[in-house]
Design a protein around this ligand. Structure first.
Ligand code: NAP
Length: 245
């Protein structure tokens, strides 16, 4: 078994997930990463390997519970340990409630919420055996604020926050902490679709006056994974430039 800690980061082909994987690689972790496309997940793995990490890159759709379970088992088999799970993979399929298609509701719930249940359940056995572990869920500020046109997304992230607290209750006595990070508006592909006007109007609601960067979220994830965060569990930690206080 390697001395290096091991983290799984879902949805690490780009955006916040890649920034988290990069921060962990720089901090000396080995990594298991997944996304849905081979080319992009392998490209990310190459960048992380260049930082000195051993990387297990997997094509896994997090909506497939069996595939998620296999991903966790393969990680433990490959590295001989598992210290951190970061549930980051997520999507939006926006639309007003009146017109939202049931498929768009379900796709967002499956990807953003049910996947967190499957992955978290799968890591509990190895983490309980090790008597230590960190589960970090990537939520969103809109779980607290609500947002017109994002009924499905807000419901999924609200569910993540509630699951975070419930699981923290269940596994605290086993040395496992469970926390969520609720990013505000972060410059990634997910927010790139917004018009310049929408971005400008949004920025006026952010006291720090700018969109966040993926590395702002990565820094918090790395802290929550660290020994210094051992007494923090069941929390939703907001990293949002002050747009929600
Ligand atoms: P992004 O740039 O769109 O990246 C999403 C990542 O998730 C990609 O790596 C994507 O991989 C992966 N992914 C999506 N569906 C997947 C699936 N079914 N199975 C496996 N991987 C999947 O998004 P982001 O902005 O970095 O968002 C990351 C997380 O932060 C999400 O949970 C999001 O809800 C949350 N968040 C973002 C913001 C923001 O302002 N950006 C704010 C609050 C919360 P592929 O290459 O396979 O598509």
């Amino acid at each position: 078994m390697s001395d290096k800690k091991v983290a799984i980061v879902t949805g690490a082909s780009r955006g916040i997930g890649f920034a988290i994987a990069e921060a962990f690689a720089k901090a000396g972790y080995n990594l298991a990463i997944c996304a849905t496309r081979e080319a992009t997940v392998n490209a990310s793995a190459d960048k992380l390997k260049a930082l000195g990490a051993e990387v297990l890159a997997m094509v896994v759709n997090v909506t497939d519970g069996d595939a998620v379970k296999t991903m966790v088992q393969d990680t433990v088999k490959h590295f001989g340990r598992l210290d951190v799970l970061v549930n980051n993979a997520g999507i939006t399929k926006d639309g007003l409630a009146m017109r939202m298609k049931a498929d768009d509701w379900q796709a967002v719930i499956d990807t953003n919420l049910t996947s967190v249940f499957h992955a978290s359940q799968a890591v509990l056995r190895p983490m309980m055996k090790a008597k230590v572990g960190r589960i970090i869920n990537i939520s969103s500020v809109v779980a607290s604020l609500g947002n017109a046109g994002q009924l499905n997304y807000c419901a999924s992230k609200g569910g993540v926050d509630a699951m975070t607290r419930s699981m923290a209750h269940e596994v605290g006595s086993r040395g496992i902490t469970v926390n969520a990070i609720a990013p505000g508006f972060i410059a990634t592909d997910m927010t790139d679709d917004m018009t310049d006007d929408a971005k400008k109007s949004l920025t006026t609601r952010i006291p720090l006056g700018r969109l966040g960067a993926p590395k702002d979220i990565a820094a918090m994830a790395l802290f929550l994974a660290s020994d210094d965060a051992a007494y923090i569990t069941g929390q939703v930690i907001h990293v949002n430039g002050g747009m929600y206080m």
